[in-house]
Design a protein around this ligand. Structure first.
Ligand SMILES: N[C@@H](CCC(=O)N[C@@H](CS)C(=O)NCC(=O)O)C(=O)O
Length: 230
C-alpha cells in the first residue's frame, strides 16, 4: 500500500519507526544516497530536494490518486493523520507534539547532522566547527532533557515527536555527547530503544545496508560535492 523511498539514516529511520509501530504494510524502495539514488529522475519526481525519505501512498486517505510526500516531518504528520495514531487528538496535546516535531526538524536534526559531518566525514579536522555544533547539540539535549523531566514522552504519550527525535540521539557517541549528563533523556532513549517496533525498524535498515563502510572518493563527491547533472 505504501512505498517508502528510504536509506537507513536518521531521517529514514523516523518513518520505519512509525510504520512498524502502526503495523501498516509497506515496501522499502532503497535510495542509495552514497551512489546517487537521490538524483534519478524517478526519485526527483517524488522528492525535488534530492533527499530521502519520501513515500507514495497508493491508497490515500479519502481515496483518489496516489499521493507522494517528501520531508520526514510531513510524512510523519501524514501517517499520523491517516492512522489517527501517535498524534494526540486534543488541541493541547496535538500542538505539543507538532511543536516538538518542528523543533526536531529545525534544530536537533540539522545541528546533529552538521556535528556528525564535522566529527565523522570531514576530511580535515576543524575544531571551530566541531565545537560550534557540539555546543549546540549539547544545548538541544539539555532542552529535551528538561522537557522529559516530568513526562515519559515528549508530548505525554509516545508520538511522532519522539519518533522524529530518537534516531538523531542514536549517534550521540559519535557526536561526542554523553547521555549520562542527561538522565531524563537517557531514560527516554532506553525506553524507545526497547520497543519491539524500534528493534524491527532498525533491523529493516540493517537488511537494506549493513553498517557504515568507509566511503570511496566517488561516494564523497556524490554526497558532499558537486552532484551529477540533473
Ligand atoms: N529535512 C529532510 C532532510 C532529509 C535528508 O537530509 N536526507 C539525507 C539523508 S539523512 C539525504 O537524503 N541525503 C542525500 C544527499 O545529501 O544528497 C527530511 O527530514 O526529510
Amino acid at each position: 500500500m505504501i512505498d517508502l523511498h528510504y536509506w537507513p539514516t536518521p531521517n529514514g529511520h523516523k518513518i520505519t519507526l512509525f510504520l512498524e509501530e502502526a503495523g501498516l504494510p509497506y515496501t522499502i524502495r532503497p535510495v542509495d544516497i552514497r551512489n546517487g539514488g537521490q538524483f534519478t529522475p524517478e526519485f526527483l519526481a517524488l522528492s525535488p530536494n534530492n533527499r530521502m525519505p519520501a513515500i507514495v501512498d497508493h491508497a490515500p486517505t479519502g481515496g483518489g490518486d496516489p499521493i507522494a510526500i517528501f520531508e520526514s516531518g510531513a510524512i510523519l504528520l501524514y501517517l499520523a493523520e491517516k492512522t489517527r495514531r501517535f498524534l494526540p487528538a486534543d488541541p493541547h496535546g496535538r500542538y505539543d507534539a507538532i511543536q516538538w516535531l518542528m523543533w526536531q526538524m529545525g534544530g536537533l536534526g540539522p545541528m546533529s547532522g552538521q556535528s556528525f559531518h564535522f566529527n565523522v566525514y570531514a576530511p580535515e579536522k576543524l575544531p571551530y566547527a566541531q565545537d560550534r555544533y557540539a555546543r549546540e547539540v549539547a544545548r538541544l539535549y539539555g532542552v529535551l532533557d528538561r522537557r522529559l523531566a516530568d513526562r515519559d514522552f515528549v508530548a505525554g504519550e509516545y508520538s511522532i515527536a519522539d519518533m522524529a527525535s530518537y534516531p538523531w540521539i542514536v549517534p550521540h557517541e559519535k557526536l561526542g555527547q554523553d547521555l549520562g549528563d542527561y538522565p531524563n533523556l537517557r531514560r527516554w532513549f532506553d525506553a524507545i530503544a526497547a520497543r519491539p517496533a524500534t528493534v524491527a525498524a532498525y533491523a529493516k535498515g540493517e537488511a537494506v545496508s549493513s553498517g557504515e563502510q568507509p566511503m570511496t572518493d566517488e561516494q564523497r563527491r556524490v554526497l558532499f560535492g558537486t552532484p551529477p547533472a540533473q
